[in-house]
Design a protein around this ligand. Structure first.
Ligand SMILES: [Zn+2]
Length: 258
């Protein structure tokens, strides 16, 4: 008797394909490519992107798509558009752009609020001074940003603030398990002591009113890292001129010289 398994070959192939689809194939990406409209928004609004070379722009766009795939962006009591989403993603991509192999593992969702909020995350009532925050406890893996502040951070302007970059730098700091202003997931060990010495010197100058870095950064090492990073990425030429030592250390930290 001849074993006629060969007749079942097409069926076996189909079965194998179904099993592969169900078990191994990654789900299709939500966004497959960056449209020309999106590219125009990035060009117009994100100075960092506009200055990249064509090949770096492609890599930046790929990282944006990856971020959209991994993170939900939700407007709370407001409709959000592509421009809002792209600015959130750009805030995430910029600080990690020097590390093509690294991505955020500690965030699932970004909530966009219509305004500044208070300690209870309310946009009504008094004491609404917060423009962004990284959640902890039950709000772990969540970030909240004020939408107007997010946009203001990317406008060409005299100040060096960028709340989106500020909050994503907190996530980078948090990635090694401790939020302490020393982002050990990206900062090489040999630079830790020079970094701490440099920030303590600068915090002293800030407290004496002798620094142009936002005084909020003098409240702790944690806030110093985020505040100085906003300046480093928003106005790198000025930061380099005014704070050459910090610029050099941060260029080593972030693997990039913006
Ligand atoms: Zn902060």
């Amino acid at each position: 008797m001849t074993f006629k398994w060969i007749g079942y070959l097409p069926l076996i192939i189909i079965m194998c394909y179904i099993i592969w689809r169900l078990w191994f194939k990654k789900p299709d990406r939500k966004f497959k490519y960056i449209s020309e409209d999106w590219r125009a928004i990035l060009h117009h609004k994100v100075g960092y992107y506009a200055k990249l070379s064509p090949s770096e722009k492609l890599r930046f766009e790929k990282e944006i798509l990856y971020f959209f795939d991994a993170t939900s962006i939700t407007g709370v009591d407001l409709e959000i558009n592509d421009s809002d989403r792209l600015l959130v993603a750009a805030s995430a991509v910029i600080p990690l752009f020097g590390f093509p192999e690294l991505r955020y593992r500690n965030i699932n969702e970004v909530l966009l609020y219509k305004d500044a909020f208070n300690n209870d995350n309310q946009t009504d009532g008094s004491n609404r001074h917060t423009l962004g925050k990284v959640g902890s406890g039950t709000m772990n893996r969540l970030m909240i940003l004020s939408l107007p502040a997010l946009h203001a951070g990317f406008e060409q302007k005299e100040d060096n603030s960028n709340v989106g970059i500020h909050e994503f730098v907190h996530l980078i700091d948090k990635a090694d398990g401790v939020t302490d202003g020393i982002p050990e997931s990206i900062l090489q060990h040999r630079y830790v002591v020079p970094w701490l010495k440099a920030i303590h010197r600068e915090i002293k100058s800030m407290k004496h009113g002798e620094s142009d870095i936002n005084p909020y950064g003098a409240t702790s090492e944690v806030e110093f890292l985020s505040v100085a990073s906003e300046y480093f990425f928003s106005r790198p030429e000025l930061f380099k001129e005014k704070h050459p030592e910090l610029y050099d250390l941060m260029a080593k930290m972030y693997h990039q010289r913006p």
